[in-house]
Design a protein around this ligand. Structure first.
Ligand SMILES: *Cc1c(COP(=O)(O)O)cnc(C)c1O
Length: 378
């Protein structure tokens, strides 16, 4: 059996262990310490905006806390992209709120501004104005933020940006994650950088950051004994994980370059194959970290389906994966309202994510190219 080629595996440098060891030596191994402060500071510098970062144990926790701070409670409705990982929507359910799913648009595969407008109007006409919008930058591709933000502003609905896949991406020169009332980052093992598991909430005021720290550390009131007037959570990042993050921040720009090179590699391979499209920036306003390279396969033109390619990869021990199955098609969200057409559904039927890691070697790229050429030359 040939060595496995992964879709997106952790890519460590060796420097991470230096910061982890430092935490061991100083015995700062829980959710306080220099690694947390420095990791938050380096993210703040990287994102440039006027932002405050709170490091947490996952991006899912970050979305949950954003909803808690916005006061989302049982029966409220929250709009989000149907075409995403389930972690964008689960925290809505944690609050007993109702997700309202919105279709994608074809350029970026992200939330369709037209369907968003339709969803807001549709919910208002039913007497339940949505309380928040969670917009996702999928596979690193920035969503059409000008349109989304102007619709959100018109109806005065706060925006949470799920930038879990988009650290290093920019829209009109500004970092993804800095546009909304809150932004979300993930450092899960498969993301562009990792802390083994972790996330962050991007805030714009000291007040929001303080609330996030408070809620993520069991909401302890200021007293010598344990005193509580709010329900809190155990969501803070540990100083050990943050040490891994500090090491990873040193190479984030290299990781973005390498992922973008992988996307160019696929653009180059598929340029001669009519009927296969590689997800690409629709214009100069968009700068994607290309966390995952993804394609759609038009079977009527190629005579092949994305399953043909996926199975051929599997045969060669190469991991690839169908695009996200839209949330409005998931059994667990069968009753949730949905607005839009069949863009997300069609992407799911015809789309495939390709190996995109920043640590792939030339030999591995050759193996990938060979399989692709075999499938589409038959
Ligand atoms: C990975 C991911 C999340 C969740 O991140 P965790 O840190 O694993 O909780 C949320 N949204 C999207 C779009 C993701 O890809």
């Amino acid at each position: 059996m040939k060595d496995k080629i992964w879709l997106s595996s952790p890519h460590l440098t060796g420097r991470e262990i230096f910061f982890v060891e430092d935490a061991f030596q100083k015995n700062w191994v829980t959710s306080l310490g220099e690694n947390i402060n420095e990791f938050e500071n380096s993210l703040q510098r990287y994102l440039h905006g006027n932002v405050q970062i709170c490091a947490l144990n996952s991006a899912t926790s970050a979305i949950h806390l954003a909803l808690v701070i916005l006061g989302i409670t049982a029966g409220d409705e929250v709009i989000t992209s149907s075409f995403s990982f389930i972690a964008s929507a689960n925290p809505i359910a944690y609050q007993g709120a109702i997700p309202v799913f919105v279709d994608s648009e074809k350029d970026t595969w992200n939330m369709s501004p037209a369907a968003l407008q339709e969803a807001i109007e549709g919910r208002i006409s039913k007497g339940n104005k949505p309380k928040a919008i969670i917009v996702v930058h999928l596979y690193g591709m920035p969503a059409k933020m000008d349109e989304v933000l102007s619709i959100a502003a018109k109806y005065e609905i706060p925006v949470i940006e799920d930038a879990a896949e988009a650290l290093g991406s920019k829209y009109k020169g500004n970092a993804c994650g800095t546009f909304g009332r809150f932004g979300i980052l993930s450092f899960n093992g498969n993301k562009i950088i990792t802390t083994s598991g972790g996330g962050a909430l991007v805030c714009h005021t000291q007040e929001d950051k303080d609330k996030t720290v408070f809620l993520s550390t069991q909401a302890r009131d200021n007293a010598p004994h344990y005193q509580h007037s709010h329900i809190g959570y155990n969501y803070r990042m540990s100083n050990i994980s943050a040490g891994i993050g500090r090491g990873q921040m040193e190479v984030l720009n290299d990781r973005v370059d390498a992922r973008r090179k992988m996307q160019s590699f696929y653009v180059d391979i598929f340029k001669d194959i009519d009927g296969v499209e590689v997800l690409s920036e629709p214009g100069t306003d968009f700068y994607s970290n290309h966390w995952l390279s993804a394609i759609t396969v038009d079977a009527s033109k190629t005579g092949k389906t994305r399953e043909d390619l996926r199975l051929a990869f599997l045969e060669d021990n190469i991991e690839s994966r169908p695009l996200w199955k839209p949330m409005h098609m998931q059994p667990v969200f069968a009753d949730a309202p949905y607005y839009g057409g069949n863009v997300a559904e069609t992407l799911f039927e015809n789309g495939l994510c390709l190996p995109s890691g920043s640590n792939l070697t030339d030999d591995e790229r050759n193996r990938i190219a060979k399989v692709i050429k075999q499938v589409f030359s038959k």
